[in-house]
Design a protein around this ligand. Structure first.
Ligand code: HEM
Length: 170
């Protein structure tokens, strides 16, 4: 199976997300997402703030961000080149991954249950509109983002390397 997102996949993700937003399903879907995540993986509860109220917006932002990422051109996923560091989206997603590892104590195996809970919430929220094809399209997007984030989580930054070199040169 090819895991690159086709134009059709991008369209399916955007359309289904539009339905969530248009049908005011956001709050319901978010609640289903967290209920499911903490039911299947109660050990993840402590990573998140006590009050999940604010998380609703965060999850929505996260998905909006992912859906927006679908419009990025392939070249924009490339590192370096003519793209400035601040606008290099590959760098941005890696930084997001680095914050997850370093600040939020997220580990690589945690991406799986979060992905499952996301698909579950979309399925519950969208019902029949969440077709097999749409589900595959969301899966591809999640795999792309989470793999890039995991990469950011394990990579040493330029700052890390500079500090290391300076330390060793002492
Ligand atoms: C594709 C996958 C994911 C995306 C796009 C994503 C996105 C985000 C974003 C945009 C934030 C807001 C803060 C920031 O920008 O640094 C955030 C916060 C957070 N995420 Fe994720 N996330 C993903 C996967 C995960 C996973 C697998 C976990 C582990 C359970 C997780 C746990 C958290 C936690 C604990 C916070 C901070 C919550 C807080 O303290 O308010 N995320 N995420």
């Amino acid at each position: 199976m090819i895991y690159a997102l086709t134009d059709k996949d991008k369209h399916l993700v955007k359309e289904s997300w539009r339905l969530v937003e248009a049908g005011s399903l956001m709050e319901t879907a978010t609640k289903i997402f967290y209920d499911r995540l903490f039911e299947t993986n109660p050990e993840l509860r402590t990573l998140f703030p006590e009050d999940l109220e604010g998380q609703i917006k965060k999850l929505a932002n996260t998905i909006n961000f992912s859906v927006k990422a679908l419009s990025w051109k392939l070249e924009e996923w490339n590192e370096g080149g003519i793209i400035l560091e601040e606008s290099d989206l590959f760098v941005i997603v890696r930084s997001l991954g680095r914050r997850h590892t370093r600040l939020y104590q997220v580990t690589a195996p945690m991406y799986q249950p979060v992905g499952n809970a996301l698909l579950f919430a979309l399925d519950m929220g969208l019902g029949e509109a969440f077709t097999t094809e749409t589900k595959l399209a969301w899966t591809k997007l999640y795999v792309l983002l989470s793999n890039t984030m995991k990469m950011g989580g394990i990579m040493k930054t330029a700052e890390d390397l500079a500090t290391q070199i300076q330390e060793e040169a002492k």
